[in-house]
Write a new protein. Structure first.
Length: 116
């Protein structure tokens, strides 16, 4: 299960984030974003991940409540997770808005015909 954590203290590093989630179960990976203030945790057991989300959601850290949520495929945060871990984005998704492959090539002109 992949989990997004927002409103992290700026001083937090990967080890701090991992130690925050370890009381709830096994943590496969914990990464703090380059811009700081957010991070991602990967927990292999869903029930442990859900328990961590419920316990940590809204917990105050340095006067700010933590934002904790499970990532779902196609979610904006899920793309950030893959970018942070150095993995490609969602399988089958275009790399950028204009990369739609052969189906979007050529303009459709009046009468439904392509090209000139």
């Amino acid at each position: 299960m992949q989990i997004y954590i927002g409103n992290l203290p700026v001083e937090f590093d990967d080890n701090d984030l991992k130690s925050l989630f370890e009381p709830f179960g096994t943590v496969r990976a914990a990464n703090v974003g380059e811009e700081k203030g957010y991070g991602f945790v990967e927990m292999p057991v869903k029930s442990e991940g859900r328990a961590a989300i419920e316990a940590l959601r809204g917990k105050e850290m340095q006067g700010k409540p933590l934002r904790v949520k499970a990532l779902k495929p196609g979610d904006e945060f899920e793309r950030k997770f893959h970018a942070l871990r150095g993995k490609p984005g969602i399988k089958g998704a275009p790399a950028f808005r204009g990369d739609l492959g052969h189906r979007a090539s050529g303009a459709i002109r009046r009468g439904g015909k392509r090209g000139s």
